[in-house]
Design a protein around this ligand. Sequence first.
Ligand code: SAM
Ligand code: SF4
Length: 475
Amino acid sequence: MSDTRQATLSPTQRAGSRKVFIKTYGCQMNVYDSQRMGDALAGGGYVTTEAMEEADLVLLNTCHIREKAAEKIYSELGRIRVMKAERAAAGKDLRVAVAGCVAQAEGREIIARAPVVDLVIGPQTYHRLPQALSRVEKGERVVETDYAVEDKFEHLPKAGKREIGARGVTAFLTVQEGCDKFCTFCVVPYTRGAEVSRPLAQILDEARRLADAGVREATLLGQNVNAWHGEDAGGRPIGLGGLLHALAEIPGLDRLRYTTSHPRDMDDELIAAHRDLPQLMPYLHLPVQSGSDAILKAMNRRHTGEDYLRLIERIRAARPDIALSGDFIVGFPGESEADFEATMRLVEAVGYASAFSFKYSPRPGTPGAELAGHVDEAVKSERLARLQELLRRQQLAFSESLVGQKLSVLVEKPGRRPGQIVGRSPYLQPVVMDENAGSVGDVVTVEIAGAVANSLIALGASDARSALTGGPVAA
Ligand code: SAM
Ligand code: SF4
């Protein structure tokens, strides 16, 4: 969740005259946004490059969720400043743009702190990127962080079949943006704005284009994806469950996923979709953050630990093989040892297949940052280590429980070694297989022969074992 990713490039994006290097920080929504910014820039004559040194434009798509994520941007800008000075000495130009949530949160301050930056652009105005860059080219320093009145998605150019195809057989599709929940630790409502759902017809159109271009698995994205709401063709109100039903009818779209969900928005329609739709993969990322009711209240999550456990029971009753994933924050202000132990007990009670866990990072402007009782960093580190050890054991136990089972796997790409291919299990784990198991884009059934923490090895791919690192092989 806090990794740094390269935006996937499209052939059209490689076919212009000026070059843009896009570096993506943070969540899947930023990966999707980087691709769409690449599409918008292709219209303005830019091609994408994977080498920063050959770029005419460097664009950092940033994340503000934790302090570390935001600080990374300023260290990167320090390196870019040196590069820009070298270029200038050689009589050449380099433009620098900062997009994403740091851009939205810090706006003009970014240019004050890092004068190397020419353009600051927030997540709601990416469709205006080419125009903003023409202003930069005329010598202006541009800050575009107003929330656009027009619908960004209506104005962003649509990627063509070749561009989509080049990105692979899985794709992200943003269906919802922003958040109205105001959890006291979180910057999202301030950086991404109010909760907005894209209309059903617009989503179905994008999903059909993905399927036509060979995408087999779509992951619906939203900061609060299960708050999505819209109307069906007859004007009746529907939620995410209804949207998933509509998407399941698109030929070729064999697998559907969605992330990230809030427990309060898991309604009956959505739970029933897990029971009724074979396309909906049995894997759910449902963050709880803490197991302590006092901390959940202070976080403004508006549910208790017990509510969460009852919800998991209902979801498991609908789809018994569902694997669960979550997010946890340790060391929120006021968290006592007893509160932390309540989190450990909740984790034991649920049994996660995977999870993300973080030390609380006070974010300027959020209510949490103003609370009394900030927890010592050393205590946060010690609690995080205990929690991660428990989550690691649960993840390994889950992977090992799949050994000997037959799983359906979507073949994604060649493996790291000759003779291997790699695909995704229904539970989002990479599966290493023998190349004869199928071709890219096929959904194949393979028997699992071994497991490490988050990778599986299929029967017939025994050489694959040596390619896997990070722990003992269970077989
Ligand atoms: N909407 C999702 C939800 O309600 O759980 C979460 C989206 S947030 C972008 C991703 C994760 O980052 C959160 O679930 C939380 O665990 C973590 N996070 C957010 N703010 C944080 C902070 N101030 N310090 C540490 N972790 C944080
Ligand atoms: Fe942030 Fe998620 Fe809470 Fe919204 S629901 S404020 S995105 S943690």
